[in-house]
Design a protein around this ligand. Structure first.
Ligand SMILES: Cc1cc2nc3c(=O)[nH]c(=O)nc-3n(C[C@H](O)[C@H](O)[C@H](O)COP(=O)(O)OP(=O)(O)OC[C@H]3O[C@@H](n4cnc5c(N)ncnc54)[C@H](O)[C@@H]3O)c2cc1C
Length: 469
């Protein structure tokens, strides 16, 4: 059988050269499937078991390294559930296999991790147009003209070094430093106000670019106490060497260094006055800065943290103006490997400086198993279209796939002033979708989901749903 496939594969590649995919994780496996389903041969290079990562434990493709949950499966009111639904319609191998191996988990989609990874591996091995090679790729050889790099958060050091040489020192990060992001429409503007410090406009600003949340001395003291007492997540063994960058310290670490440290750092009150109360100077101020071009998301400036997620929600909602805050993303600090994609990648995920290289999965700056697979799905379709001489069709921005792709390739905005680089990994969430006018708040999520699925059906790139058999 293997020999027969090999002869078939050789025959196919003599007329259609293969797409090379590096990394057989969530993204690489889905990408390989999508490419092959378009009739294009694939060589999938996966380094396990020849070379291990710090988190994977098996040699299977699409191994889930931690939780076995694909999160909510509600396609009517949750962005991740919508992404599931879209992937099913697009013939995703990952979703098809997850459905076949699902475990009871209420409204969430949880999977039997061993059965899931074994089935994905078997499907890829059985596909005549896919040749899996167990080898580490330290740098994509110059002869490969259509490559997808999907090596994930634990990209091998040799390849990471080669990518860094290609993209520049600051373009590939090895740790994330994530500040929480808040949906703008959940901020209370009876308390908060827009103003830049000392009304400075900067190169891309207006003088009123930040949302400011004021604290009195008593509120500040209580906030610092809550940070100090709040439960934190521990670094995993392989993350112990995670450095704290200058200007990027977790807020609770700053609080430990002295009660006033935050007030002289990210919670500085100077140059900020509530126009409704010009005579009252706040003791401290939390600032939020626009995060996406749509203006729907604002990040809490300098608020990277290792507090547990539940603690973040509880403590940050004590900040005046954020009592009802809805978080599109909570903070974190992890070992990771990801590109500054909005700068480096074009709309179809190709490296602008070297378009034969396309990226997929978490290395592009999405976060999560499902999001990584979804970006793998798109990268696979784009690569196959290109190989077949077609122009890749971009998913509509109103779909979950389009919203996620927009975050990676252009929807995010750079910081308007000095500070750590602001593009950080993100799960899919409704803040990434173009807003819908004229819909009541409580009906908005359902309306966004309905619009997405209708628009997906009209997308020419969706025309070939190839279900896994
Ligand atoms: C410790 C840890 C815990 C996580 N927990 C969760 C969680 O609970 N839920 C969640 O949704 N997400 C979690 N994530 C994020 C998760 O990694 C991603 O969501 C997802 O696995 C990324 O998919 P990917 O395909 O981009 O990368 P991966 O699934 O990691 O796949 C990358 C593949 O590339 C291979 N590879 C690397 N370098 C090379 C090379 N040079 N040559 C050949 N092959 C190579 C690796 O062996 C791996 O198989 C976690 C991440 C880490 C690191």
């Amino acid at each position: 059988m293997a020999e027969a496939r090999s002869a078939y594969f050789e025959d196919m590649t003599s007329s259609i050269p293969p797409v090379h995919i590096v990394g057989g994780g969530l993204a690489g496996s889905e990408a390989a499937w999508q490419v092959a389903r378009r009739g294009v041969p694939v060589v999938l290079h996966e380094m396990r078991p020849v070379r291990a990562t710090a988190a994977h434990k098996t040699a299977q493709c699409a191994e889930l390294v931690c939780s076995n949950s694909f999160r909510s499966d509600d396609a009517e009111a949750s962005a991740i559930g919508l992404l599931h639904a879209e992937m099913r319609r697009l013939g995703s191998l990952v979703m098809h296999t997850a459905d076949a191996h699902r475990l009871p988990a209420g409204g969430a989609l949880a999977v039997d991790r061993d059965g899931f990874a074994a089935a994905i591996t078997a499907a890829l091995e059985a596909e005549p147009l896919i040749d899996i090679r167990r080898e580490e790729i330290a740098a994509p050889p110059p002869g490969w003209d259509n490559v997808i790099i999907a090596t994930g958060p634990l990209t091998s050091p040799a390849l990471a070094g080669a990518l860094r040489a290609l993209t520049g020192e600051d373009a590939l990060a090895f740790f994330d430093a994530i500040a929480p992001i808040v949906h703008r429409d959940s901020i209370d503007f009876d308390v908060a106000w827009f103003q830049s410090r000392y009304d400075k406009s900067g190169p891309a600003g207006t003088g009123a670019d930040y949302v400011n949340c004021p604290l009195t001395r008593a509120q500040y003291d209580a906030f610092v106490d809550a940070l100090l007492a709040g439960e934190k997540t521990e670094f995993r063994d392989f993350e112990q060497a995670t450095p704290y960058f200058d200007g990027c310290l977790p807020i609770e670490v700053m609080a430990e260094r002295g009660r006033e440290t935050l007030r002289h750092g990210p919670m500085k009150p100077f140059g900020l006055t509530d126009p409704r109360q010009p005579g009252r100077k706040p003791y401290a101020v939390v600032q939020l800065r626009q995060d996406n071009k749509l203006g729907t998301l604002f990040n809490m400036v300098g608020f990277q943290t290792k507090l547990k997620h539940g603690e973040q929600t509880r403590i940050f909602r004590t900040i005046p103006g954020l009592a009802n805050a809805e978080f599109a993303r909570l903070g974190g600090l992890h070992r990771n490997t990801f590109l500054n994609s909005p700068k480096l990648l074009d709309a179809t995920l190709r490296l602008k400086a070297e378009p034969r290289l396309r990226f997929a999965g978490q290395i592009t700056g999405c976060e999560g198993y499902v999001e990584s697979a979804a970006i793998g799905l798109l990268a696979g379709r784009f690569a196959a279209a290109e190989r077949l001489g077609e122009t890749p069709a971009l998913p509509p921005p109103s779909t979950a796939h389009g919203a996620l792709l927009g975050h990676i390739t252009g929807g995010h905005i750079e910081t308007i002033d000095k500070g750590p680089r602001s593009f950080q990994p993100m799960n899919v969430n409704f803040g990434l979708f173009p807003p819908l006018g004229g819909v009541a708040r409580n009906a908005r999520k359902q309306a966004l989901c309905a619009r997405a699925l209708a628009d997906l059906d009209g997308w020419s790139g969706a025309a070939l749903p190839h279900a896994a058999e």
